[in-house]
Design a protein around this ligand. Structure first.
Ligand code: G3P
Ligand code: CA
Length: 268
């Protein structure tokens, strides 16, 4: 594998609100870690992203049957582990006993589904983080306060952006702690994205990049909202995001985007 631009000294200064939103340059966010190169949402994938030079990562959080927060994308463990079943139906002990790396490559055998607190501790002081609350298919009532507590316990309130497709969740997060940056996820052309963000009390629009256009960026800027997009794995798409002036771009291939950003002098 080719080398990245290398780890940076210190974390991204200013956190999301003051360090990223509205500033020049698009922050590269390692989506599920460096998930093109290592099994997604594992400590190895997050470590690799940091080693590649990423100053922000994204992770997905779900709750086990015994209400522990784990980092995994799908509602079931089937695709990314050697087990089966809904995460919400399995106790932590079972989820932690599964192999979360071998599906990606034999060399990753023994990788575990991480706890949210492990991922937060890993990135603390080194990178910003987007924590996506996943509530499907069976809503996990109270997961919002657990996520907020985990972020607070780790002391990274300013460096965490909590987001969800479940905008009610974001409203709850906002009501629990007004100083945590929040984003509404959506994959659509909303009639009024600013109103949607305001309804949820969100401070950022987090949209699929294919719905990005000048108008939504202008609307966000006018309302002092951040603009984050996902998932951008190709040069042309990244260039469009740069041209339109988005704040953060999530990619499964942070190495590629970091290199492109450095070449273009667009490396906030
Ligand atoms: O960064 C947001 C993005 O992760 C939302 O989609 O399915 O990859 O979690 P998904
Ligand atoms: Ca996600």
């Amino acid at each position: 594998m080719s080398e990245g631009v290398g780890p940076r000294a210190g974390r991204h200064a200013g956190g999301w609100g003051h360090g990223v939103f509205g500033r020049a340059g698009a922050l590269v966010v390692a989506h599920r870690g460096a998930s093109r190169y290592a099994p997604e949402n594992t400590l190895t994938a997050f470590r690799l992203a940091l080693d590649q030079g990423a100053r922000a990562v994204e992770c997905d959080v779900r709750r086990t049957r015994d209400e522990r927060l784990v980092v995994i994308h799908d509602a079931t463990v089937d695709r990314t582990t050697d087990g089966s079943g809904l995460v919400s139906a399995l106790p932590l002990e079972t989820v932690r006993s599964l192999d979360a790396g071998r599906w990606f490559g034999a060399e990753y055998g023994g990788e575990r589904v991480p706890l949210l607190e492990e991922v937060l501790s890993l990135v603390r002081g080194r990178a910003l983080i987007q924590v996506e609350i996943k509530k499907d298919p069976i809503p996990a009532a109270g997961i919002e306060s657990q996520v907020v507590s985990a972020v607070g316990a780790c002391g990274i309130e300013g460096d965490a952006l909590v987001m969800s497709f479940d905008h009610q969740s974001i409203r709850i997060v906002r009501s629990l702690r007004s100083d945590i940056t929040t984003g509404i996820l959506y994959a659509a052309r909303l009639v009024d994205p600013v109103a949607a963000a305001r309804a949820a009390g969100a401070t950022a629009l987090c949209l699929e990049w294919t719905y990005l256009d000048r108008e939504v960026v202008a609307q966000a800027r006018g309302a002092r909202l951040g603009v984050c997009v996902w998932t951008v794995d190709h040069e042309a798409a990244f260039k469009r995001c740069q041209e339109l002036g988005v704040d953060a771009v999530a990619s499964n291939d942070p190495l590629l985007l970091l290199r492109l950003a450095a070449e273009g002098g667009d490396d906030p």
